[in-house]
Design a protein around this ligand. Structure first.
Ligand code: CMP
Length: 163
């Protein structure tokens, strides 16, 4: 995919998705929507990479809980490509707070926690997946987690109909 209208976005299956064994079910939703998996790898997050990735949250009260949750086990980082991929992936993922995420979205179907509950327990909201919020963030996050030679170009056989 090389057209100008094709976007890249960054996703990460958080440790709760890996530990619950629901990575396949989540990835299936992206694949059936026609989004192309351009990169995928299992990694153990470090403090340095998390501080870079979550730079806008580092000073927030929940950051410590968020960092320790994200280091609880390996995550699976990925790059998805497609038409308006950032917007489309966020639509499939749903609201950040599981409580507000609509049924049919990934977070709505697999999680239900509230910010209030997470904050009371002093933990991060476990919402199974991260997805970039806008194209600028996507470019930055892809660059934080991937080298360009880890991102692959190939044709999906259904691109004729979907992208
Ligand atoms: P994510 O989309 O990865 O972006 C930042 C993450 O911080 C978010 O998902 C949640 O996992 C977590 N988070 C955001 N706000 C709160 C909050 N108020 N309390 C606990 N965790 C939060």
């Amino acid at each position: 995919m090389t057209e100008d209208t094709i976007e890249r976005t960054f996703i990460a299956f958080k440790p709760d998705a890996v530990q619950r064994g629901i990575m396949g079910e989540i990835m299936h939703r992206f694949e059936r929507a026609g989004l192309r998996v351009a990169a995928l790898k299992m990694v153990q997050a470090t403090d340095n990479i998390l501080e870079e990735h979550y730079s806008e949250h580092v000073d927030k009260d929940f950051y410590e809980g968020l960092a320790s949750f994200m280091k609880e086990g390996p995550i699976v980082a990925g790059v998805l490509e497609g038409v308006n991929a950032v917007e489309n992936v966020r639509k499939l993922v749903g609201e950040t707070e599981p409580r507000s995420a609509m049924p049919g979205t990934i977070r709505g179907d697999f999680t239900h926690m509230s910010y209030e509950h997470a904050d009371e327990k002093g933990v991060a909201v476990k919402n199974v997946i991260h997805a970039s919020g806008n194209p600028e963030e996507a470019e930055e996050e892809v660059g934080i987690w991937f080298d360009e030679d880890e991102i692959h170009d190939y044709e999906r056989v259904d691109e004729y109909h979907i992208a």
